[in-house]
Design a binder for this molecule. Sequence first.
Ligand SMILES: Cc1cc2nc3c(=O)[nH]c(=O)nc-3n(C[C@H](O)[C@H](O)[C@H](O)COP(=O)(O)OP(=O)(O)OC[C@H]3O[C@@H](n4cnc5c(N)ncnc54)[C@H](O)[C@@H]3O)c2cc1C
Length: 325
Amino acid sequence: MAGEIWVLAEHWQGQISEITFEVLALGRELAQALGIKLEAVLLGHGKKDLAGALGAADRVYYVDHPSLAEMAAESCAAALEELVRSKKPKAVLVPLSNVTLGIGSLLAAKMGAVCINSCVDVSISDGKLQARSLLYGGKMEATVTAAGDPTILGISPGCRPIEAGRAAAVPPVEQVAVTLPDEPKVRFKRYIEPEAGDIDICEQEALVSVGRGIQSADNVELAQELAEALGGAVSGSRPVIDQGWLPMSRQVGKSGASVKPKFYLAAGISGAPEHVEGMKGAALIVAINTDPKAPIFNVAHYGIEADALDVLPALTAKVKERKGH
Ligand SMILES: Cc1cc2nc3c(=O)[nH]c(=O)nc-3n(C[C@H](O)[C@H](O)[C@H](O)COP(=O)(O)OP(=O)(O)OC[C@H]3O[C@@H](n4cnc5c(N)ncnc54)[C@H](O)[C@@H]3O)c2cc1C
């Protein structure tokens, strides 16, 4: 039987990325269902200590090479190819983020292997890996059964809770040598920090998010008042940002930020896939929309079919009353 389930461990600025834990949780389920092991692959230079965080895996393969100091796709795919050819895993789960995007596809192309990208879930059906994949920005869903080993699976953020992939156990670490060119064609040169100045919506516990349904820049104030009462911040959908009602740093969604607050209120937001992609991980989602058929109600835990311009001030008054203001 072909080997184990592998997860490529993504790291960024000296830390294992959250998406790695999500993918480890998924990998653990698959390995258990197939009765095989879950192994993590950590590629880096001087990063062996990071392996300690990968306790959800039964074993960590660590490759150390100067070309792997940053997760450049060319070097990572070359290192993985050598490992995959020698150890023959059944599947390689690669996180799909702006750091690791491209590694899985390049690996599959090098190996002539099956590659399924943009997976939001993977399960086992008749002993085979079956992936649910969202295409065209979430407008089309495909269910794909993998044929042949190894299968390379690009996993989108949010497939499992982060905590499900964290484990206190210290995994055995096996250092493996690979042959890589010292001067890769593609080199990571530097990371340019986004300009500071605004709050980080990803760090807020409560977000009051407004969409086109808020109707004017002046009405954003209604959301601001509620956000302040809740101790959170205002964010928005793309049309709100495009019209200049909120700065770019407040955009939630595919071309904005992915947020996971404890509370997300979507006011006058239709729930387009590009928006939902960035907020579906929120713990509690409440939507206010005048249209009962708005897709946002499909992801909301609670829905209010009403005019946001009426509901926002009413909620603000209620929150202030509860807090004794
Ligand atoms: C490549 C690409 C990337 C994209 N990236 C993003 C992204 O990062 N983030 C993003 O948000 N979008 C993004 N989009 C755009 C996305 O497809 C939608 O167009 C957008 O999310 C719609 O925003 P909206 O819900 O505010 O507006 P609309 O779709 O116009 O919805 C407005 C909603 O408000 C409701 N409404 C109207 N009046 C009221 C009222 N008084 N009270 C309550 N409800 C009311 C309406 O019923 C409607 O449901 C992207 C699109 C593409 C193609």
